[in-house]
Design a protein around this ligand. Sequence first.
Ligand SMILES: *Cc1c(COP(=O)(O)O)cnc(C)c1O
Length: 343
Amino acid sequence: MNNIKNLIRPNIAALAPYSCARDEFKGEASVYLDANESPYNNGTNRYPDPLQSEVKSILAPLKKVRPEQIFLGNGSDEAIDLVYRIFCRPGIDNVVAPAPTYGMYQVCADINDIEYRAVPLKADYQLDMEAMKQAIDENTKAIWLCSPNNPTGNVFAKEDLLWFLDNANAMIVVDEAYIDFSDKGTMVEMLDKYPNLIVLQTFSKAWGQAAIRLGIAMASEEVISLYNKVKYPYNVNILTQQQALKVLGNVAKKENQVKEILAQRDVLKNLLLSLSCVEEIYPSDSNFLLVKVKDANGIYKYLQDKGIIVRNRHRVTLCANCLRITVGTPTENAEIYNALKDF
Ligand SMILES: *Cc1c(COP(=O)(O)O)cnc(C)c1O
């Protein structure tokens, strides 16, 4: 699709955004008496850059996009919620997503009073394209595609993602929170071709910065300007921006840790496969393993009593008796193996 104008909520299209002091004056000055801040310099007395220009100027070349194609938010959660607030009319519109997938898409739909249409994946955890197409109608404003998918760990077939981009009259949101752990390639390179594509990434996983709450949305400049119009003026605080600049200055460290996690993913997989309580481990393009066991509830409780916490996905669609286990350090991986050996 080449025009997203008909997808935008009319009140958002017409919105006059709040203009903060830092929006109105963008240059360098010696005296700032425009924002009612405290004049006493303690490192955090001034409002932060509302558009995080410095972080974006370093992130953009890393991601091979222009700074104007990046939105930074208070975690991916903010970037997810804004999709509803920009595109979906409460009580009228709907979104479509496979099941199982990341839980925040539905929580944000429920909060925003948007119908959430969950379409079960096929048994191999790939998209059921016929059922997805059936679920889409003229009020479908967004399609959520988490790839690599949480909690199944796999990437969706690229031709399926491209089908939505070529045919669906909706925003296509590809959540790549785990992309650093995959060798299957990002959808970021498709951004110039598809104005309705949003690619989500995050500092929370491979970058090791879950605590600073910094999520990334990459999209057409038109979509990013909508994000900027609707977001809270100072949505990313200065401490987060400073920490992001610090880790962006050491890309090699992140890459080495990703390599280590990928090696440990194989180690953990082989250890777990040798256990009699483990029935199957699904292919993973992420930093976790979805592990089918004999008795997920029993093993979950047993591990918890030993101080080892995993994610019990037993009640989730297509995940009966499955535990989601994050790849840890070599010591942590050995600990969970040793505990399970005695189960
Ligand atoms: C962990 C995760 C995120 C990251 O969320 P943040 O709010 O950025 O911490 C996003 N999407 C998926 C699918 C995840 O599993």
